[in-house]
Design a protein around this ligand. Sequence first.
Ligand SMILES: [Zn+2]
Length: 73
Amino acid sequence: MVKHEGSSKTFGPRYGWTIKKKYDKIMQEQKALHKCPYCNKEKVKRVSTGIWHCGGCSTKFTSKAYTVAKTKV
Ligand SMILES: [Zn+2]
C-alpha cells in the first residue's frame, strides 16, 4: 500500500495550475465580445481595466476589470 498523504502535496503544482486556468479564462473573456447591458448587442469591447465600450450604441461604461458583469434585465 502506498500512502499518498503528505503536506508537500497539498500546495505546489496544483496551486499553479489553478492560477493558469483562471488566467486563461480571463484572457479569453478579455478578447471576446460581450453583450451590452444597454442595447443587448454583443459588441462590447474592453478598453482598459474596468472600462468597456460598446460598438453598437457607443456607450462607454465601467464594469468588472476583466468581464462585463451579468446584470439582470
Ligand atoms: Zn450597446
